[in-house]
Design a protein around this ligand. Sequence first.
Ligand SMILES: CC(C)(COP(=O)(O)OP(=O)(O)OC[C@H]1O[C@@H](n2cnc3c(N)ncnc32)[C@H](O)[C@@H]1OP(=O)(O)O)[C@@H](O)C(=O)NCCC(=O)NCCS
Length: 174
Amino acid sequence: MMNNLFLIRPSKVLEREIWEYRQEYFDFGETQVNGSCGLAYHDNFDEWLNLVLSIEKDKLRNNVHTSTFFSIRKEDNKIIGSVKLHHLLTPDLENGAHIAYGIRPSERKKGYGKQQLLLVLDVARDMKIPKVMIACGKDNIASAKTALSCSGILTSEKIYEGAVHQHYWIDLRK
Ligand SMILES: CC(C)(COP(=O)(O)OP(=O)(O)OC[C@H]1O[C@@H](n2cnc3c(N)ncnc32)[C@H](O)[C@@H]1OP(=O)(O)O)[C@@H](O)C(=O)NCCC(=O)NCCS
């Protein structure tokens, strides 16, 4: 399948576009921007950017390197989604996952969630991560189907903070 997206790390030149992307989630009534390393919780762009870049470089959070990317549509350079990759799963991250993702509300259900996940799986493979875990609420059909569409295998369901969470694993050695 042709991939219409490419991944790019956040940077100052993308400030306006990233802010528009964030606003679209709010306008849609969502309170977080999945896969963005906490974009919704920062009102200051530079503060968020510095945090994201240092978390990748210096393992500031959970003692794990975490890479954050935006996926950009090749045809018009529009930001379509955000995706975060923890390079390792530590006990602290047990209820988290290697990968978290979001697609901007106006671009959902067009196949981009799958395309974005395929791209970050390539990044993980290049980093020699053998297998990755994706977690989602059991009622989040869109997220579960996205994991399934990239060969995710449902391995467990756990109750976390009162809700059932599913864990999908993707073996990158295959
Ligand atoms: C999860 C999310 C990233 C999926 O992105 P997307 O671009 O809509 O996904 P795609 O179009 O690539 O679809 C992937 C699969 O999910 C299915 N799907 C997507 N949205 C769906 C929905 N609302 N209901 C049922 N199935 C859905 C598609 O049909 C497709 O299934 P297929 O492979 O069997 O054809 C997007 O819905 C999103 O950003 N949700 C909010 C954030 C979120 O929940 N992130 C995950 C946190 S665990």
